[in-house]
Design a protein around this ligand. Structure first.
Ligand code: AMP
Length: 210
């Protein structure tokens, strides 16, 4: 299964990717997590990406295309993968096609902007492994501590409201046209992303089996 997860920031792509990863035993490649790790380590890519990420803008296509090319060449991707946060522009999708990567499905998780803004204020992510939680909808067993790796849960800088609004504008302008792109390739499947995590997971797994 070679899968793309599409949806606004905060639509639940990361959370559903964890469930799909368990069900299909394939790795999740989150470009946001890769960029945050690069930023933390102070690498050249991290330095390039910093100002874009902090303002809620997209990092330039050529940086992301290089990251994905390298990551998909690794051994664990040979039986499939879940792309969480890539492609986010038409040129990125075209680059993926030009690499000869045959995507099976593009799963679109649809959530209204108003719900996104509400959700993002409660989102917390693990500083170490990037797993995501929510103060109301997806609580960890121990407050502030990641269930998977014991890391500390923090609020992302770009989850502050003004940045979320900028990210939503960019999503509608630059990323949403990908729905059409994959619809034309008959690969688009959409699920309603409003409801409990369990309800959405059920809809997601059903959509992937179809
Ligand atoms: P995410 O964790 O997926 O919401 O990504 C966080 C931030 O990383 C985004 O707001 C962008 O600044 C950057 N980013 C992640 N993936 C991409 C991508 N495919 N293209 C451009 N920028 C990206």
């Amino acid at each position: 299964m070679k899968l793309i997860l599409l949806g606004a920031p905060g639509a639940g792509k990361g959370t559903q990717a964890e469930k799909i990863c368990e069900a299909y035993n394939i790795p999740t490649i989150s470009t946001g997590n890769i960029l945050r790790a690069a930023l933390k380590s102070g690498s050249e890519i991290g330095l390039k990406a910093k100002s874009y990420m902090e303002s809620g803008a997209l990092v330039p296509d050529e940086v992301l295309i290089e990251i994905i090319k390298d990551r998909l060449a690794e051994d664990d991707c040979q039986n499939g993968f879940i792309l969480d946060g890539f492609p986010r522009t038409i040129p990125q999708a075209e680059a993926l096609d030009n690499m000869g990567v045959e995507i099976d499905k593009c799963l679109n998780i649809e959530v209204a902007d108003e719900s996104i803004v509400k959700r993002m204020s409660g989102r917390r992510v693990c500083e170490s492994c990037g797993a995501s939680y929510h103060v109301m909808y997806k609580k960890p067993s121990k407050d502030g501590i990641c269930d998977s790796c014991g890391g500390t849960l923090v609020q992302r800088k770009d989850d502050e409201e003004s940045t979320v609004l900028a990210r939503l504008v960019n999503y509608h302008k630059q990323t949403e046209p990908l729905k059409d792109y994959y619809e034309k390739q008959s690969k688009l499947v959409s699920v309603d992303g409003e409801g409990s995590v369990e309800e959405i997971t059920e809809a997601v797994l059903k959509a992937l089996e179809a």
